[in-house]
Write a protein that binds this ligand. Structure first.
Ligand code: OX2
Length: 835
């Protein structure tokens, strides 16, 4: 470790390297120290925010030490590493996670108590790191947690957006967006590495020249260069020393001013250019499952990919290995197509800069990359306009055309004269203007392509990538069903339940080996255990009740059935169908007499989620939910029998309160549209049942937990195409119950009806792309089954326990092991304990 230090000083370094203690005294001392030095505050005017900051810095110190040790150890061991490239990391809060990972929650609770704080209040002061939209970004965060916990040598690479996902305010029932300027105060969870910076070129032109061997080579002369500066975020593994890194790049102007402008006295222009550079990492694009073809987004992608790849290569080069060993040292996972420019960039480095032959470079490239597809929705598949690419990245466009040419030549050899096949598999779409199909490029350049749940992996083979099975063979395609980290989604979000489980199973081992939860099954029928279990559920529902009251003013009864749908608002996710079902329920209640109402199971229907700022229909769904809530919640006649709540600003930390309080959760996408879903796993892990369609990971959850624990309904994915056709061309009348519900909206029951007309138009006969009318009848029936089941308290408690007990498969640890073994070919490298 101290090899770099001259031997005379080594003793001094050793003498003064005093590890900080983890006892309450040492921790309190470090918090006070940070208060008076880092924060420059006096202990006498400390508020909770100051208390949080000082505590965070104390925790940060410990993480940095573990992080340093891990990185040093990995440098010495030099194993094959995996690099997870993701444009989104939805990390949420860091402090509680770090305390639990390091087993320091107790001493920190005590130390902060002695200093006059309550740790829960300090934890609440932390702002979410929200550099993602939804499932894709949160999956990346869960995967980093598992990589760290399982001791894998792994890094994440992302962008350090100045503005994360917007904050959602609800004004008059409508969504308003407020910018998420999350770095207002310092961020103790990142380590600025101002010494690590990489120059990223853009624009310009390509010239040719002959090298010393007479070979034609290409040289890209950039028109603009931007600096990428690294900010490192340590990710602690749970109950291990391993602390991995996510490197987030921030764009900065180059250190030198553009001398041309400066010398010509155009100072303003020179400053203007500097500001433009900072724009690149300014804001996260707020669209989930939707592509927007803006140049700035393309610039983000290249900026990030270029900096990351050069960083990876620099690390590889330290060991003087030949290029042929690059894929033995480096695995790069493309999280969706967002980082696919890494493919032509690696080719450019190998061929243009390093002088390798094309074929050898291509061999290295394909052995390095793996590609995960997360969606089949056409509007989400990335296609970049050829002229835009040519302008921004002229050399990359040439390389993409060459990759395509060589690929099509091999296809032509195996399937001579099949021109249709060539057109269907071409990376270039012959549109006006031409465009580059990024998913095709990623498929061709990766040795493995995976979907994120069994059904989804089958669907991509049958639809969007079907021709590639024929051309590349079936072995390239595989499934890796998503998973979630039980550390955050059980232990941290639901500490009481985690403690009860540990008491019953004898240890917390299940947090690292989730299938051990199965040991709970034998107590599912045990009445005393059921009581303890359901008492915790009740407590969690009270906690959510308080949050609802705080955020919306609505009072709900924690004894009611809590029915939750929280996720990004999207037509394919069908929150619209849910609220239409609520209206149906409301109308039914209104018709009932007192005796009938006695038999009704009171229900609180809870929604949450953001709509993309430009997604008009999704925003109308939010308005409708709030309008229905306004009417129903204020109807004295209905009382507690039905409440409708929209929780504003759904994010990771709010999810941690919402999910443990669920009785059932809804995952009701049109079959074949939700690739996996991951919140479904979190809800069930916390002892909730599912009301859902036969889609995504719902299917595998059903296979694990059994049909007594899940209410599945609706059309199957194989039927969807036909059903759409029938809906469109055969004038099928709308489901009559749905018709009645639409009438209520149209006659003004929930306020001015004209507002909702565009929304209603999406499901009128001949359209209804997401088949709400088709599924509505079975949806209502399933809802009734839910009510019936909830009446039997004992049976429900048993189901709830079995749900948790049978969720072992859905740990992100299982998923990450599969990736490591089948795709990355990497082994764990545990960092030894300190002497
Ligand atoms: C989401 C998918 O919609 C969701 O089904 C999946 O669970 C999640 O990714 C993680 O795999 N953007 N977000 C997604 O796909 C894309 C594209």
């Amino acid at each position: 470790e101290l090899a770099q230090v001259p031997s005379e000083q080594r003793a001094a370094w050793e003498k003064y390297t005093v590890p900080e203690g983890n006892d309450v005294d040492s921790i309190a001392r470090s918090i006070v120290h940070h208060t008076t030095t880092t924060l420059a505050r006096t202990p006498y005017n400390m508020d909770d925010f100051g208390g949080y900051q000082a505590t965070a810095h104390s925790v940060r110190d410990k993480l940095i030490q573990d992080w340093n040790e891990t990185q040093q150890y990995h440098t010495i061991k030099d194993p094959k590493r995996v690099y997870y490239l993701s444009l989104e990391f939805l990390l949420g809060r860091a402090m509680d996670n770090a305390l639990l990972a390091r087993g320091l929650k107790e001493p920190y609770t005590e130390a902060t108590k002695q200093l006059g704080f309550k740790i829960e209040d300090l934890l609440e002061e932390e702002r979410d790191a929200a550099l993602g939209n939804g499932g894709l970004g949160r999956l990346a965060a869960c995967y980093m947690d598992s990589l760290a916990t399982l001791d894998y040598p792994a890094w994440g690479y992302g962008l350090r957006y100045t503005y994360g996902i917007f904050q959602q305010k609800i004004v008059d029932g409508y969504q308003n967006e407020v910018p998420d300027y999350w770095l207002t105060y310092d961020n103790p969870w990142e380590l600025p590495r101002l010494d690590i910076s990489i120059e990223v070129p853009f624009y310009g032109h390509v010239s040719k020249y002959s090298d010393e061997n007479g070979r034609t080579r290409h040289k890209w002369e950039a028109g603009e260069i931007v600096q990428a500066v690294a900010y490192d975020v340590p990710i602690p593994g749970f109950d291990t020393n391993n602390t991995i890194n996510i490197r987030f790049w921030s764009s900065k102007p180059r250190k030198e001013f553009d001398l041309a402008y400066f010398n010509s006295g155009d100072y303003n222009r020179a400053v203007e250019d500097q500001k433009k550079a900072e724009n690149i990492t300014s804001v996260l694009y707020p669209n989930d499952n939707h592509m927007v073809g803006k140049e700035l987004r393309l610039k983000q992608q290249y900026f990030w990919v270029c900096a990351s790849l050069h960083d990876i290569i620099r690390r590889f080069k330290k060991t003087d290995r030949p290029w042929s060993e690059f894929p033995d040292q480096v695995a790069i996972q493309l999280n969706d197509t967002h980082p696919t420019l890494a493919v032509p960039e690696l080719m450019r480095v190998l061929v243009d800069l390093e002088g390798l032959e094309w074929d050898e470079a291509w061999n290295i490239t394909t052995r390095t990359f793996g590609f995960t597809n997360h969606t089949v929705l056409p509007e989400a598949l990335e296609k970049w306009s050829v002229p835009m690419l040519e302008h921004l990245l002229p050399r990359h466009l040439q390389i993409i055309f060459d990759i395509n040419l060589f690929f099509l030549q091999t296809v032509e050899k195996t399937f001579p004269n099949d021109r249709d096949l060539l057109a269907t598999v071409s990376i270039i779409e012959e549109s006006q203007p031409q465009s580059v199909r990024m998913a095709f490029l990623a498929v061709i350049a990766s040795h493995k392509v995976n979907g994120v749940a069994a059904l989804h992996s089958q669907i991509i083979k049958d639809t969007i990538f079907a021709p590639f099975i024929k051309v590349l063979g079936p072995d390239r395609f595989t499934n890796k069903t998503n998973g979630i980290t039980p550390r955050r989604w059980l232990h941290q979000a639901n500490p009481d339940l985690s403690n009860l489980i540990a008491k019953k199973l004898g240890s917390f081992k299940f947090l690292k080996e989730l299938s051990l939860l199965d040991g709970l099954s034998k107590y599912a029928n045990d009445e005393a255990f059921q009581k303890e279990w359901m008492d915790i559920k009740y407590k969690n529902k009270v906690r959510l009740t308080n949050l609802i009251k705080e955020r919306t003013g609505i009072e709900v009864n924690p004894n009611a059935l809590f029915d939750i749908q929280v996720k990004r608002i999207h037509e394919y996710k069908r929150q619209f169908m849910n609220i239409l079902g609520v209206i149906h329920r409301y109308a039914n209640l209104k018709k009932m007499n007192a005796a009938q109402r006695k038999a009704v199971v009171p229900r609180v229907v809870i929604f949450g989620g953001k709509a993309a700022p430009g997604y008009y229909i999704a925003k109308l769904v939010i308005k409708l939910i709030n309008s229905v809530g306004e009417k129903v919640n204020n109807d004295k006649d209905i009382g507690d029998l039905l409440k409708v709540v929209f929780i504003p600003d759904y994010n990771v930390s709010v999810a941690e309160v919402i999910i443990p309080a669920n009785d059932i959760s809804q995952h009701i996408s049109t079959a074949g549209t939700e690739a996996s879903g991951t919140s479904n796993m979190k809800f069930v892990l916390n002892g909730g049942l599912i009301l859902g369609t036969v889609d995504g990971a719902n299917i595998e959850i059903y296979e694990e937990i059994g049909d007594d624990q899940i209410f599945l309904f609706g059309a199957r994915s194989e039927q969807v195409e036909d059903l759409r056709h029938v809906q469109r061309y055969r004038n099928v009348p709308m489901n009559p119950e749905l018709q009645a519900v639409i009438h209520l909206i149209e006659n003004g029951t929930f306020g001015e009806s004209h507002i909702f007309q565009p929304l209603i138009n999406t499901i009128t006969v001949g359209k209804d792309y997401y088949l709400i009318s088709v599924d509505f009848g079975s949806y209502l029936e399933s809802n009734e089954l839910v009510d019936e089941a909830f009446k039997d308290k004992k049976a429900w408690a048993q189901k709830s326990i079995l749900c948790t007990a049978r969720m072992g498969k859905f740990s992100s640890d299982r998923a990450i092991k599969e990736y490591a073994e089948d795709i990355w070919n990497i082994d764990p490298v545990p960092v030894p304990d300190k002497k």
